[in-house]
Design a protein around this ligand. Structure first.
Ligand SMILES: Nc1ncnc2c1ncn2[C@@H]1O[C@H](COP(=O)(O)OP(=O)(O)OP(=O)(O)O)[C@@H](O)[C@H]1O
Ligand SMILES: [Mg+2]
Length: 268
C-alpha cells in the first residue's frame, strides 16, 4: 500500500523578527487526513508557523510546500487556489463584528465571484445547519452571540468553501469544559464527514487528547519531536516532561480511563 501523501512539507525553516530568532532549521510534514497538533510554550512560534503555512507570513529562509506547491514562490492564481482549498479558525477575532452571522459565512463564498445570491443563501444555511446553529440566528450580529456560538459560526465560515485543509488556532480557548467538549465532538464529526486534514494549535489537554492523531512539539526554535501521544510521552525534553506531567495529573484524577487507550501505560 502506498503511504499517504503529505499535504504540507516544511523544510529548513528559519524565522527571524529583527534580532529575535523564532524558528531555526524547523522541519515538519503533515500527512493527508490526519489531525496534527502543534504544542509549545507561549511565544514558541506556533501561530507564526500556522501563518506561514497559510501564506500570510514569509519565513526568513526555508521551504513551505502546501498541496505539493511552494507557498512562497508561486503565482497569484496558484496561491488563490491553495487558499480556496484551505479553511482557518484564527486564535483571536473569529468573526467580523460589523457583519451579521449570514454575511460572515457568505464572505468567502462571495469572494469567489462565481455564485449567485440564491446559491450563497443555500450554502450559508447548509453550513449553519452543519454546526448546529438554528437559522433564526443568521441575521444576528456577533456581539449578540455567546462564545460557544461564535466558535461554531467561525467554524462554519472556515468550512464555507469545503476546504481539504483546516487550520485551528486554539479552537476551544475561552469555552467552558462542556462547550469545549461539544466543540471537539463537532470537529470530529466534520472531520469524518468532510475528509479533512487538520493542523491545530491548542493548550487545552482535553482538546489535544480528543482530536490529535499526532503531536508536534515546538521547543528550542524547532520541532523537537513528532508522533502519537504514546510515542512522545516518554521523551526526555524538559518541556515535554512537564507537559505530560500536567496531562498525567489531570487524567489520573479520572483514573486514567480516557487516556490509557491512546498512550498505553503512562510513565511514572
Ligand atoms: N509580526 C511580528 N513581528 C515581530 N515579532 C513577532 C511577529 N509575530 C510574532 N512575533 C514574535 O514571535 C514570537 C512567536 O509568536 P507566536 O505568536 O507565533 O507564538 P505562539 O507560540 O503562537 O504563542 P501563544 O501560545 O502565546 O499564542 C513571539 O515572541 C512574538 O512576539
Ligand atoms: Mg499563538
Amino acid at each position: 500500500m502506498n503511504p499517504k501523501p503529505y499535504i504540507i512539507e516544511i523544510e529548513g525553516l528559519h524565522t527571524r523578527f529583527g534580532q529575535h530568532v523564532v524558528h531555526e532549521n524547523l522541519n515538519l510534514n503533515v500527512t493527508k487526513g490526519e489531525v496534527l497538533t502543534l504544542v509549545g510554550g507561549s511565544g514558541s512560534g506556533k501561530t507564526t508557523l500556522l501563518r506561514q503555512m497559510l501564506g500570510l507570513e514569509q519565513p526568513t529562509k526555508g521551504n513551505v510546500k502546501v498541496f505539493g506547491s511552494s507557498r512562497y514562490n508561486c503565482d497569484f492564481t496558484l496561491s488563490k487556489n491553495i487558499r480556496n482549498r484551505t479553511g482557518v479558525l484564527f486564535q483571536q477575532g473569529a468573526l467580523f463584528s460589523a457583519l451579521t452571522v449570514y454575511d460572515n459565512i457568505a464572505l468567502p463564498l462571495r469572494e469567489l465571484r462565481t455564485l449567485d445570491e440564491q446559491t450563497i443563501h443555500d450554502l450559508v444555511m447548509i453550513k449553519l445547519n452543519m454546526v448546529a446553529i438554528e437559522p433564526e440566528h443568521a441575521y444576528k450580529m456577533p456581539a449578540n452571540l455567546s462564545g460557544g456560538m461564535i466558535k461554531r459560526i467561525s467554524l462554519a465560515r472556515a468550512l464555507a468553501l469545503d476546504p481539504e485543509l483546516l487550520f485551528l488556532d486554539e479552537p476551544t480557548a475561552g469555552l467552558d469544559p462542556e462547550l469545549s467538549e461539544s466543540f471537539v465532538q463537532l470537529i470530529l464529526d466534520m472531520r469524518s464527514e468532510l475528509d479533512l486534514t487538520i493542523v491545530m494549535v491548542t493548550h487545552d489537554i482535553d482538546t489535544l487528547v480528543g482530536l490529535s492523531d499526532r503531536i508536534a512539539v515546538l521547543a528550542d526554535k524547532r520541532v523537537v519531536t513528532v508522533g502519537t501521544l504514546a510515542q512522545i510521552c516518554n521523551h526526555t525534553h524538559p518541556f515535554i516532561k512537564s507537559f505530560f506531567k500536567s496531562i498525567r495529573e489531570k487524567y489520573q484524577h479520572n483514573g486514567n480511563r480516557e487516556l490509557s487507550w491512546k498512550t498505553g501505560p503512562m510513565p511514572s
